[in-house]
Ligand binder design. Structure first.
Ligand SMILES: [Zn+2]
Length: 474
């Protein structure tokens, strides 16, 4: 029989372990729930309610991070998202990342960088939040997306470690806020869906979306008000396991130097952000061709793009091409190969007489011809990504192939390297978010500005209290 001190010690260890397990199982939800409450300014978000209760129409604009078009389309065929018109593809920005995409969709504005970290040439510094700073932060820079955004379901990067721990809390918070909301336009963003897609993959995201569908049914019945809903996402997720690409070592081996501050001629800054299929490199413009040349030899790099005079050069393993722009017309000139796979598109333009005498084609024709291409709307998106998407654009932008992603070396570690999906590249599998409403059929494919346009229409409709109806769907 064991002696008493031994039993006491065993009992004590057992109690400590049990208590720790209980605390670990409930603390994250409590912590997250409190943070969501802190971010919820009831006064600020209830400005215009009538004295005797709420208005009789409420427009709900609901953004779900990282949900692919095909997933919502298929779920609707199974009977979910009842009451909605069929979804259309919402083609993300390039890169197909949250900050720039949501900024374009909700306010048409420019975030500082493509991701958390970016380089600021004006002050010669790598700027943006540190990883530690973001790990437990529930404050995404949501004012960048929309000043009145209800921020739900993204408890910092810890969400990317245990996404399912926070899901129900986020969904409950959404319902509570909507119920108490007294205004007439509720704009909400839920980031947890992207964490589920990255970490747990397709099946888990489908289950989450079923909950969102049920939640929307419930609030429609519960809140006793007519609801107009705009539901959309910022980009897709490719649902492929992705291997980390080391972009720095080959550049260093080619004579460049990986730094945090540009001082010497061959210095470059390569911010390491999340685990996405995109990277931005900041360096002197004169280094761009050589950097792109090295990148084109790295396994997993699809292509890179950089400014060259008044044009862009796209360089990949399959060749090099020039993109030029004149007012609202674009030209794609193949130098060698066809890095954006546009040979057939140009052939069709020729047959249809769409190319002007200088070789340019109107951007609307490019959109119509490429909205369902392997690289949707490639010329306009690349041009925007290099010039007009963020306040601090990169010198060379890199788009990776499916199966490859870039991020800090920690993603080389076996425990976290087998993540379930990613996004960021120009590819359709990374770029097709969705857009759907319960009051009109949206286009087969839309650009991010379409959401901003719908918000404008919702603002008009709420003045009159009328249902949004039958816009000019094409
Ligand atoms: Zn996103």
């Amino acid at each position: 029989m064991p002696d008493k001190p031994y039993m006491k010690k065993a009992l004590f260890t057992c109690v400590v372990l049990c208590l720790s397990a209980v605390l670990l199982s409930i603390l994250p939800e409590i912590w997250f729930s409190n943070h969501l409450k802190k971010n919820w300014n009831v006064e600020e978000n209830s400005p215009a309610g009538p004295k005797n209760g709420r208005r009789y129409r409420l427009c709900l604009v609901f953004a779900l991070d990282g949900v692919p078009y095909t997933m919502v389309r298929d779920l609707q065929k199974e009977g979910y998202f009842n009451g909605f018109y069929p979804p259309g593809r919402l083609v993300s920005t390039f890169p197909s990342l949250t900050r720039p995409a949501f900024s374009k969709m909700l306010i048409g504005g420019k975030p500082f960088g493509y991701e958390r970290l970016y380089y600021n040439f004006d002050v010669n510094l790598l700027e943006g939040a540190t990883l530690i700073g973001k790990a437990l932060s529930t404050q995404k820079e949501h004012a960048d997306y929309h000043p009145k955004l209800h921020f739900l379901g993204f408890p910092g990067y810890i969400a990317y470690v245990f996404p399912d721990r926070f899901t129900q809390t986020a969904l409950d918070a959404f319902k509570t806020r909507l119920k108490h909301f007294k205004g007439d336009e509720f704009i909400a963003y839920m980031g947890i869906s992207d964490a589920i897609a990255h970490v747990e993959g397709q099946a888990a995201l489908i289950e989450f979306l079923k909950k969102v569908s049920d939640l929307l049914d419930t609030v429609r019945n519960d809140i006793g008000i007519l609801l107009d809903v705009v539901l959309f996402s910022d980009h897709a997720n490719n649902f492929t396991k992705n291997r980390r690409v080391d972009l720095s070592t080959p550049l260093v081996e080619a004579g460049f130097k990986d730094v945090n501050q540009l001082e010497k001629k061959k210095d470059f800054v390569l911010p390491e952000n999340g685990f996405v299929s995109f990277a931005a490199i900041y360096s002197a413009d004169e280094n761009a061709p050589a950097i792109a040349g090295v990148l084109s030899t790295i396994e997993g790099v699809d292509f890179s793009v950089y400014r060259s005079g008044f044009s862009l050069l796209v360089q990949g393993a399959t060749g090099t091409a020039r993109i030029s722009k004149r007012q609202d017309r674009f030209m794609y000139s193949r130098i060698d190969g066809d890095p954006l796979d546009l040979k057939d598109t140009i052939q069709r333009f020729k047959l249809l007489g769409k190319i002007d005498i200088h070789g340019f084609v109107h951007e609307k024709e490019w959109w119509m011809a490429t909205k369902e291409h392997l690289y949707p709307d490639p010329l306009r998106r690349l041009w925007e990504g290099m010039h007009d998407l963020v306040q601090h654009p990169g010198t060379v932008l890199v788009s990776l192939k499916d199966g490859y992603a870039f991020g800090p070396p920690i993603f080389d570690q076996p425990i976290i390297n087998s993540r379930a999906g990613t996004h960021g590249a120009l590819l359709a599998s990374h770029s097709y978010g969705f857009l759907m409403t319960d009051f009109m059929q949206v286009n087969v494919a839309s650009r991010p500005a379409e959401v901003a346009r719908l918000l404008g229409r919702a603002a008009e409709a709420k003045k009159t209290g009328k249902k949004l109806l039958g816009l000019d769907a094409r």
